[in-house]
Design a protein around this ligand. Structure first.
Ligand SMILES: Cc1ncc(COP(=O)(O)O)c(C=O)c1O
Length: 400
């Protein structure tokens, strides 16, 4: 059997039509398929590989840690310097109230932990989230996901969860003394890039302060430079009570985290003790990879604070075609909107044929996703945009 056939037979499937792109090597901004063909990677593992593939400094850090030790003990009991150093590095770049980092294995698990912490700390259970939001696929995270389509098959989910339109005044009105937390992305990525006005975020912070509702920002996708700042909340100018991290947090290794004030986090330590448990969270190899990756991203911003914005502007300049309805862009996440899903799917397939790897968005199936490594060069951006325009032309030509 071919590897493709074995993949379809033995690797649990979640789609009737997986991309089934066989990756044999990844380097810089490129993926290589089974025939050795080079493809420009425009999605970086869906906002994970912010430094591209095969970064030498990250590989060296991983190799050293592999020689020192791998997993030694469940989370939270032993002192492991990779964990301590990475938690300290994260606390150093966040506001003073975000100083206690709980490492998990994934973004979903960070969402779970944060919701538990909010319920535990406030003693309340009401949770508010938003339509077209995505916070992960486990049952708690699914309960706050903003889509009946993805939720329906798994009901009953968590009770006492209420959902509103993003950036709506109804959501602000719904926050009251019974609300444990409100969870949202500072920009809704999976909606094909949906932003909220800064003034709304300020009103949100005020309402949370007035009622004691905890504000949770999910920066799993926007974090680590993707937004154009290290974190999107810096652009917004509002500090959350809890921040969720994931994806690029691990420098290519699986990792998530939720971050809060130590006084809040400490409530996991009593009545009951071990308020949130993970065996592998904060794995030492993931911590060293993440820490090195963060250091490099910080160096990139220090060298040129505008580098993400400059690359975003270049994409926007190059992406011109009558067939494109609009391009939404937030830092280095861009969504090219076409008239419908069929057109988008054909263009994505054609891009892959032409040596460019991309995908669509959960709640915007008509939009092509661009979330390349932040290290993508200006020439690579021009090359990628030329392939997209060529692919659109070919699809249009075929259907005319
Ligand atoms: C905004 C956001 N939150 C949470 C998650 C869940 O992260 P994970 O897939 O690591 O569980 C994702 C993943 O796509 C995400 O984009």
């Amino acid at each position: 059997m071919t590897t493709r056939e074995l993949f379809l037979k033995h690797v649990g499937q979640t789609s009737m039509a997986p991309l089934a792109f066989e990756v044999t090597k990844a380097q810089g901004c490129y993926l290589y398929d089974a025939n050795g063909k080079k493809h420009i990677d425009l999605i970086g593992g869906i906002s994970v590989c912010n430094l591209g593939h095969g970064n030498e400094r990250i590989k060296t850090a991983i190799k050293k840690q592999v020689d020192d030790y791998l997993h030694v003990m469940v989370y939270g009991e032993t002192i492991q310097s990779p964990q301590v150093q990475y938690a300290t590095a994260i606390a150093d770049i966040l506001p003073a109230t975000l100083n206690s980092i709980y490492f998990t294995n994934s973004g979903s698990e960070a969402t779970e932990g944060a919701m538990k912490l909010a319920k535990r700390y406030t003693g309340k259970s009401k949770i508010i989230s938003f339509k077209n939001s995505y916070h992960g696929s486990t049952q708690g995270a699914l309960s706050v996901m903003g889509s009946e389509y993805w939720q329906q098959a798994y009901r009953p989910l968590l009770p006492n969860v209420y959902q509103y339109d993003y950036a709506s005044s109804e959501a602000l009105d719904a926050i009251d003394e019974h609300t444990a937390c409100i969870i949202l992305e500072p920009m809704q990525s999976e909606a094909g890039i949906n932003e909220a006005p800064q003034a709304w975020f300020q009103q949100l912070r005020k309402k949370c302060d007035e009622t004691g509702c905890l504000l949770i920002f999910d920066e799993i996708q926007t974090g680590f430079g993707r937004s154009g700042s290290l974190f999107a909340f810096e652009k917004i100018g509002v500090v959350p009570d809890i921040i969720l991290l994931g994806k690029a947090l691990g420098g290519g290794m699986p990792m998530g985290a939720f971050v809060a004030d130590k006084e809040m986090m400490d409530c996991f330590s009593y009545k009951p003790v071990l308020g949130h448990i993970t065996t592998f969270g904060g794995h030492p190899v993931c911590c060293v990879a993440g820490r090195e990756s963060l250091a490099i991203i910080q160096e990139m911003f220090k060298a040129n604070p505008q580098f993400v914005e400059e690359k975003r502007a270049l994409f926007l300049q190059e992406l011109n075609h009558d067939c494109i309805e609009k391009v939404n862009a937030y830092g280095l996440i861009l969504a090219i909107h076409f008239k419908d899903y069929d057109t988008n799917k054909k263009i994505i397939d054609q891009c892959i044929k032409n040596g460019l790897f991309t995908d669509w968005f959960l709640f915007a199936a008509n939009a092509l996703r661009i979330a390349p490594p932040l290290t993508i060069t200006h020439n690579e951006i021009k090359e990628a945009c030329a392939i997209i325009i060529q692919s659109i032309n070919e699809v249009m030509h075929e259907s005319s």
